[in-house]
Ligand binder design. Structure first.
Ligand code: FES
Length: 113
């Protein structure tokens, strides 16, 4: 494992609670809650939609079918609201989503993976 610098200032959190970044080809959701940073895979385990929505407290909500994840652990805290017309099966979920150490260095974000 190695630390990878994200070319994004921590000042981004002055205007939003979370941000989606790419680190070593992986989409990672970075969020800040009460001054502490969290990083988690940003691909929903349901059918693979990107976790693009802003976080609400420690929860990241998938915009597709509203599955909720805890950004501290990657655990699924609310299952997807499966729509009958979609071929989604909750049983296929692979949770928890992977989480990563994240830090601020010199005003920029770094993720270890
Ligand atoms: S893809 Fe995220 S809840 Fe369905």
């Amino acid at each position: 494992m190695a630390w990878h610098r994200v070319s994004l200032s921590v000042r981004v959190f002055e205007r939003r609670s979370s941000v989606l970044v790419w680190v070593q080809g992986r989409p990672i959701l970075i969020a800040r809650v009460d001054g502490k940073l969290y990083a988690m895979d940003a691909v929903c385990a349901h059918v693979g939609c990107a976790l693009l929505s802003s976080t609400e407290g420690y929860e990241s909500v998938c915009p597709a079918h509203e599955a909720k994840y805890d950004i501290r652990t990657g655990a699924l805290v609310a299952p997807p609201r499966i729509k009958p017309e979609l071929p989604c099966e909750e049983e296929e979920s692979k949770v928890p989503l992977r989480t990563y150490p994240v830090a601020e260095r010199d005003g920029l974000l770094e993720v270890e993976l």
